[in-house]
Design a protein around this ligand. Sequence first.
Ligand SMILES: Nc1ncnc2c1ncn2[C@@H]1O[C@H](COP(=O)(O)OP(=O)(O)OP(=O)(O)O)[C@@H](O)[C@H]1O
Length: 265
Amino acid sequence: MVEQKTPPSPLALTFKAEVKNLSFYYGSNQILKSVSLGVAKKWVTALIGPSGCGKTTLLRCFNRLHDLYPDNRYEGEIWLDSEKHNILSRRVDPIELRMRIGMVFQRPNPFPKSIYENVAYGLRVRGISRRNDVDDKVEFALRNAALWDEVKDRLNQPAYALSGGQQQRLCIARALATDPEMILFDEPTSALDPIATASIEELISQLKDQVTILIVTHSMQQAARISDYTAFMYLGEMVEFDETKKIFTNPAQQQTADYVNGRFG
Ligand SMILES: Nc1ncnc2c1ncn2[C@@H]1O[C@H](COP(=O)(O)OP(=O)(O)OP(=O)(O)O)[C@@H](O)[C@H]1O
């Protein structure tokens, strides 16, 4: 088991990312409505809320995945601690941003390549090509994703030969390989069985010492188990952000209390 640190009060937090008055539109359809949120540096923050409230839409703003479709539009800002400008600005290259802010999706989506090549891919894109350097970083990322011992003797086998839980840990290793500052998880265990889910949850708890984590989850139990801070969204608005234990035991807003107590979903 991982020893748990006590998260500081939100007022004493250092934020890795700050979302300021962010609105987002798919074409003319406004989904996010002036959302503001701080993402705690090197802690786990969960985004919760009923289906369709905009959790995934918000998550995808952080690495500009919405840029892939021309009708999508952002208004507002997201600042990273090391940036001099808003990462939604056109001056920020989204490809570069995606190396710094990795993403793990709902279903494991390894490339149709070997286990080794899945992890090495991002390193090569980053210009790391010396065989020894790539080998070292692949091993480091696979160890970090708690997968090394299971795959070290079959690195050249196809990633698709792995179990679902192993594939998801491989996707986490792929995200870790480029040494990201933040990892976005979009319901990463929804396609996994309880044992694989437990190993991903334990891994997320370990990784927060190295990297800032923002996770969308449908499961309030999961949010309560693994997150230090929780943000509750409703109909595209940010209703409340606080320490997870406060959100689940003594939230400030009635709407949050109704949601976490299962009065609507
Ligand atoms: N690519 C898209 N084009 C148009 N509308 C979209 C697109 N993706 C999502 N939406 C709409 O945006 C709204 C928010 O969706 P989003 O997936 O962000 O919500 P969510 O809170 O993550 O939901 P869930 O918990 O069900 O995954 C929904 O009404 C959805 O239909």
